[in-house]
Design a protein around this ligand. Sequence first.
Ligand code: PLP
Length: 339
Amino acid sequence: MLEHAQAHGGLPDTKTRDLAGTHEQIVLDRHDVAFDVETSSTSSTSSSFDEKLQRSCSPTLVGDPDETDYDDAVAADKANVWHHMLNQRAAPDALMITSGKGLRVWDHRGKEFIDATSGGLWTVNVGYGREEIANAVRDQLLQLNFFSQNAANVPGARFAEMLTSKMPGMTRVYYSSSGSEANEKAFKMVRLIAHQKYGGKKHKILYRERDYHGTTLGALSATGQNQRRQGFGPLVPGFVEVPHCYEYRSQWGEVDDYGIRAANEIEKVILAEGPDAVGAICLEAITAGGGAIVPPSGYWERVQEICSKYQVTGLSGVRCAPLATSTPETTSCLLANTC
Ligand SMILES: Cc1ncc(COP(=O)(O)O)c(C=O)c1O
């Protein structure tokens, strides 16, 4: 089994700590478990599947609060983790962040950073080390740590009530674990509405050049950044691009009414695709990764008019306020993940 693990690059070469010894054993067990699942009755190990699974889920696996041997952790990261948005050949050691307090974080060498990116992805908006949040999470984990969404739970009901009370026109919340997943759900709803109300028509989803909507295949198909899409085709059919609204890189030179002009391009695409084919448009309220683009004045108003005219539902990406949906018919509950 050791050979099996080493062949898969799962073990660092040297281990000097006690904890490392434990970790090594667990890594081996994880391979054992995987091996057992694949080969079921042909397992060569003596302990039961349940015992192995229990050991493989031991808390020592998920990080030791007293961890000080960071060089070893860096080696473990390098050998075992795929950072899918880093060029690991160019910069093989990922930055290892080990703690945070307020708006500051520290790396494994003790270097202090002001975290201007809110967790690297605009998600830690309340800052680090908030004891009241840690306590509330701890209490809830002990009360009820998980149950699937086919049953209700109290915090879910209360939080949804709070969210909808703050967002007029929105009537339901769907909980998801990521922005990509939230967008997938919204796209599926558009398709479902197309089938149930329009005989399969109105299934196309427009997206804007430069916007980012996630890493799963559907969300990537709605992402207007070619570099991110390269190498992953064929993408999902039924997604159609509309021009960006980045005035600094104006497609029409200097114009007075850039915002309206950019929005009017959406109408052109709807007419070209056929208003009976277009069901929704997915837009970041402020394009983030594609250039921090705040739509110019007049843009949203014109987008809203166009959506109402052609009964096109507006979907908005994560980390932004959800866009009010456009027609009473198709509306009301398209709320992407708020992380
Ligand atoms: C606007 C927008 N939509 C979708 C996503 C995807 O979210 P996640 O990374 O949680 O899947 C992101 C992530 O950065 C985002 O900024």
